[in-house]
Design a protein. Structure first.
Length: 291
């Protein structure tokens, strides 16, 4: 009779564990076979070195993810900066300050502009991190050349491939079956996602590479990116620390002097294109966008 009672208790405990796991949308398994909710935290940060607070062995296998614009690198001018791009996204197409095909315009800026580090020793901090790393940017893969150039010029060592395969990936991505396909690429440790959901694209890449991580740390200045990663990893049951990097201030509404500066810069760029590549300027004005 005692044996039956022990068996019944064991079955009851087992059934309870299964029930609790089924009720939770995000569960991880500990070394003792028990389930626990995955960590999901967002922390404001002004220092890249804060990453090291979340690299202790208790988190298991960790992947550190860095954004580029206004996280690793920043622009010295308003026109073409991440701040300018976000502000442009708030304007109606008939607004006098609106610039058509802002991705295309930024691609021209990426090719010609030089960027600076957000922190003087930022490259040393990032390069010294021994955990697996990836740089994840909303930039288009078609801007890969100048993007890598500026990272290297700033002293950042490009991350090693996560799966030890030196061959990169380039593929089309659709957020849903009805969405327009966009280009995505992963090479030289940099994942470029053309403005798509960073959480979804990171998980998609890890699936393609057949890799699993216990814990992911994202450093990004964009609230939307921090939240998108949080949602994706919560559903996947992966521990997450999102460091919302706020060192670079981006005030809204934008100051009038910056708007005037951006409008003058856009006019100068149009003048240059009109004299050298008038057909390209006409494409931009007709809202024929390629990025």
């Amino acid at each position: 009779m005692k044996k039956i009672n022990k068996l019944q208790r064991a079955l009851t405990v087992s059934a309870l564990a299964v029930f609790l796991a089924a009720c939770s949308p995000r569960q991880t398994v500990t070394g003792y076979g028990l389930s626990k909710p995955a960590i999901s935290e967002v922390i404001p940060s002004k220092n890249l070195s804060d990453v090291k607070n979340y690299l202790t062995p208790e988190f298991g296998r960790t992947l550190v993810v860095f954004d580029i614009d206004d996280t690793l690198l920043t622009s010295g001018t308003f026109f073409g900066s991440d701040h300018w791009y976000q502000w442009q996204g708030t304007l109606a197409s008939n607004d006098p300050d609106y610039v058509p095909c802002k991705f295309d315009v930024n691609a021209i800026n990426y090719e010609t502009e030089t960027l600076q580090k957000t922190e003087t020793n930022g490259h040393q901090i990032v390069n010294s991190i021994e955990a697996d790393k990836i740089i994840l940017t909303a930039r288009s893969p078609y801007s890969r050349g100048p993007t890598l150039r500026e990272l290297k010029n700033a002293g950042y060592t490009l991350p090693l491939p996560l799966n030890d395969n030196p061959n990169g990936l380039m593929y089309g991505w659709q957020a849903n079956p009805n969405a327009t396909e966009v280009a995505v690429s992963y090479d030289d440790g940099v994942l470029m996602v053309s403005g798509q959901n960073k959480g979804a694209l990171l998980l998609d890449l890890l699936a393609k590479l057949k890799l699993e991580y216990d814990h992911i740390v994202l450093v990004d200045d964009g609230t939307r990116n921090i939240d998108a990663m949080r949602e994706a990893l919560r559903e996947a049951g992966i521990d997450y620390h999102g460091l919302h990097y706020t060192r670079i201030e981006k005030k809204l509404p934008v100051e009038q002097r910056l708007i005037a500066e951006a409008n003058a810069a856009w006019q100068r760029l149009q003048n240059y294109l009109a004299q050298t590549f008038p057909h390209r300027l006409e494409q931009l004005r007709q809202n024929q966008c390629f990025y």
